[in-house]
Design a protein around this ligand. Sequence first.
Ligand code: PA5
Length: 480
Amino acid sequence: MKPWQDPQWQAEMAVRLEFNYMLDRLIGPEHGLSLDAIRDMAAPMAEVHAQIQRRDGAGKDFLGFLDLPEQDPALLDRVVATADRLASAGDIHVVLGIGGSYLGARAILESLHSPYRNELSRAERRGRPRIYFEGNNLDADAMHALLDRLPQAPGDAAGDATLNVISKSGGTIETAVAFRVFRQWAERTYGEAEAARRIVATTDAARGSLKALADREGYETFVIPDDVGGRFSVLTPVGLLPAAVAGVDIHELVAGARAMAARCRESDLFKNPAYMYAALMDLSYRAGRDVSIMAAWTKRLEFVGFWYDQLGAESLGKQDGGRIPFTSVNSRDLHARGQQVQEGPHNTVVTNLVVGRSARPLTVEQDSTDMDGLNYLAGWDLDRMQRSAMEGTRFAYAKDGRPSLNVELPAINAFTLGQLFYMFEVATLAEGYLQRINPLDQPGVEAYKRFMFGNLGRPDMAGYKAEFDARPQGLPELMI
Ligand code: PA5
């Protein structure tokens, strides 16, 4: 039995929400929420809960993410088998994708592995390849920088490489262009047949040009289910395959999501962390707090913040409303944003991502000279210091009427990460339903694409090109 299969261990690893510093009793009546106001959310939340259970709310065709914790273990086994095949085929693995087809996978890797992972020896990486992400921009310099690291012939010193292209629609320009570039590199380097064995595509079951190309070339493919939207897809092969290639235990990740799903079936928001999070964010937003800061108290969780930025922004930012999520890493960003959160406008709410213990504690030692005057800290480990900084920050915020809440992870591992992903996904759905919007669509993302494709000369977008060309002209003197 693996440690994460032990119910006792699972209970110790439960992610918790602590929200004392949202309340008027700690941050003052002018800025804090009353306990009654939170309790009054029970009725609207019961309605949201019923809607989620019935699956008949807005965006009901995209609720498949709710079931991913219970997905077929045979699929997970297939993901692992393919990951093992890719890992043994090369020491470089390139993942192409953007938005929901990128951020979750990167969040898993950054959370669970050393930031210097790609610099470690293969043995230190436990025989798993280096992983690089591309296809998330139209950035020639970035693309060249990665192409320069790839082998120019099979077996050359750079190490052999494999590719995973991820795109649900198959038509996202950033990923599609990168895939053309990297596919052509692979075919030049390995020849068409071997290149095809080195490429895996994760895409729609039937639609899109990537699916057609994969079928024609014979790439192994994984399906992004029709009823799972991009930013809710981290627990599909979109996030799971890159994670498994890197050696992450994806069964543990999904087990974490399953543990959270059990808690998210509760209708009582005082027992359901996702509903409570949604209720607190909704109440804050309605009280004018339209900027939400995800403050990760470890660099390892910064990309979880970026993943959440996308989840929150694309799900809730519509119909001229929606809070603006952004990520910071503390204590680093207390030296950048701290001043503004402390004394700027009263429009922020802070969610601290706090970790109980680091994987490898570090203790400050005595120094014989004490020239830096730090001997008073001798014996303190950095986790304790970080917690003191976090508690001090919360108290300082509270004194100035600034609300904050904690999402507490006992440790960072695949199990706690799975809980986190699922909790924030359900919370986002519930928050959207509380605000009577469809949190599962993203019509605004299409707006830039229409004019970009028009300008790029895509035949079916000629009308947008005409509209763009007829746009009001700027004044030349405004370029100085
Ligand atoms: O959440 C979403 O739907 C988007 O962020 C998509 O994930 C992103 O636009 C990438 O789309 P695709 O996977 O179709 O390339």
